[in-house]
Design a protein around this ligand. Sequence first.
Ligand code: URP
Ligand code: ZN
Ligand code: ZN
Length: 457
Amino acid sequence: MSKILLKGGTVVSSKGMKKADVLISGEKIVAVGKHIHTDASTVNVSGKLLFPGFIDAHTHFDLEVSDTVTADDFSSGTKSAIAGGVTTVVDFATQNKGEKLSDALNNWHVKAFANSSCDYAFHMAISDWREDVRAELEGMFEQGVTSFKVYMIYDAMELNDREIYELMVELKKYGGIVGCHCENSGIIGKLREESVARGDVSPENHPKTRPDYAEAEAVRRFLTIAQAAQAPVIIVHLSTTEGYLEVMRARQRGVKVFAETCPQYLLLDDSVYDKPFDEASKYICSPPLRKAEDQKVLWTALKSNNLNTIATDHCSFTVEQKRAGKDDFTRIPNGMPGVETRAILMYTYGVRKKRISIQQMCAYLSENPAKLYGMYPKKGAIKVGSDADIVIFEPRGNSTITAASCHSACGYNPFEGVRTEGSINRVYLRGNLVYSNGEIVLENHGKYVSRKKPVLQ
Ligand code: URP
Ligand code: ZN
Ligand code: ZN
């Protein structure tokens, strides 16, 4: 079995940083400490930070949506992931209406198998709640799917309050958790219709028709359902102050709620929608980008550990695909790429700007999602027995984000031209060097991660 000693680096965890060597044997970490005596081949990582491989628990690869399919499939999406230090993605297997969960899961296995350059797991997005779907849930857990998602919006996927309640109650039997896309579909649907009827069809109408209170109302309603069901839940891609306040209020009344946000809600604002169509449409995602004030509140929430994970909601489309909405913004496919730039952005604009600590960066990008999604300590830790998923991070130097140097098939980057500090120097996936000095050196080595129950801390 091949052995590698990573020597002289600083190991980062949510608890702190310590100088330690890390010995990898085959796919696993077998020793962490000082003065490890071994015949392993040695890699000098002095001056570098060692993070447990990052986890992006919110991606949509190869998703058919808005009469098209995302630009990134598992092949390009997971290459983009490893170049960004992401060694595991949790993608949303998505049930179409009328479909069985087992068929949806099988579809996602087919999409990902042999095409993935990082490890992958699946949440199950439930779009059609039926008795036979209820009966399938236990089987999902047996197959390593322990987290679920519902949408309060999007005609093709929306569940009503009663259905969400029933799902929550059922999942409690197995120790699962449900995440939610919280936006009020009635209000937003009508505002969008009215906007188009008035002839207000350009991208600047996207945020106007998805106001912050429509997120907050849905967050409150979802958390009220969770309160009734006494079930643990996650709010995905939380984007507003008002939504965050609802999370805090629900916690005060005893609801077990976790919350995720994304770099776009921390670093970009809705002024981008005033740009010409091809620029503005790149930023059309739901929820939409918000105001500088919302960013400030989300950063403060991260600083005080009141959010739990930072994911990306990577859901990419080319400029050409976005042009489907040239004459009607409601037809623009929603989403943007993000999996490749999350870590470097959070290091630059979080850690270096002192908005979060490096330990918190490790928690939000690696340790917390590993725990919340039932993968810890196999993933999310540099510990004896953990998978040898390790990011060697060079804190010195700086760079600029360009689409040309990224691996997404969508052809653009929402952070084009943004200056970054530090760099991802090397990435190990289960002991295999997959990325080194700007190059992907090993492709399609990803494996399915069958997950255990969430750890609800
Ligand atoms: O615009 C977005 N976020 N598209 C991806 C699907 C979702 O809502 O998470
Ligand atoms: Zn969503
Ligand atoms: Zn999403």
